[in-house]
Design a protein around this ligand. Sequence first.
Ligand SMILES: Cc1cc2nc3c(=O)[nH]c(=O)nc-3n(C[C@H](O)[C@H](O)[C@H](O)COP(=O)(O)O)c2cc1C
Length: 243
Amino acid sequence: LPLQNPLAAELVQAVISEKVGIIVTAAGNPATYTRKLKEAGITVFHVIASVKHAIGAEKHGVDGVIAEGYEAGGHNGLDELPTFVLVPQVADAVKIPVVAAGGIADARGVVAALALGADGVQMGTRFVATTECIAHPHFKEAVVKADDTSTVITGRKIGPTRILKNPVAAKILEMEANGASAEELISYIGLENRSRAGELEGDMITGEAYCGAVAGIINQVQNVSEVIRSIVDNFDKVVATLK
Ligand SMILES: Cc1cc2nc3c(=O)[nH]c(=O)nc-3n(C[C@H](O)[C@H](O)[C@H](O)COP(=O)(O)O)c2cc1C
């Protein structure tokens, strides 16, 4: 639930009326709705990208934080801290559970995240390339084809967002290099419209698609169960290579 969304208050009310058990809040101040959600018996995890925000979220009563590094697909923190340095510092700073996100797509990533002090992981880009995901097949195909340099951070002036490189990404970067204003960038990107075109309608030329840098290690579209099974099956093997 993006807390800066103009419909946040209505969404919170809907979550409470529908008796949703657990909710992830992001992009906004956890002070606003955490107490209300907790009073309704809902477990609240909040996405953060810095130690300061993790401590703030803990203070406002969230049950856990999702520490998301700037490898992650989609919106990123302003300080662009990578998962590898963010997670251990957050784990040291708070007592509540820490979920690591950004750059994790297989058992190696899960083992690394736990070694860094995380209690669990959140994966986004890996699940785009699953049969169950509502992403357009063109988007899934692009994730599978992507290599280590296929994504880029755009929109630093209006909110850093990691997307697949394509003509839209190139245009945004060019506008930024030429000093475009926030209004000009927002007007070109059209906020939700280009994401919808890229991610759900499969227009990989004039649409944009949120995608993590980890796409380079995702080589096939799989069922969600295959993704999870592979992580569970390989977890001990990865740990064994460390001994
Ligand atoms: C296509 C896509 C859409 C996403 N949409 C949201 C969103 O609406 N809200 C949110 O908090 N995070 C969103 N994320 C971020 C994920 O929840 C997750 O934290 C992130 O993908 C983890 O990094 P990874 O992409 O390296 O796995 C999105 C990620 C992707 C790839």
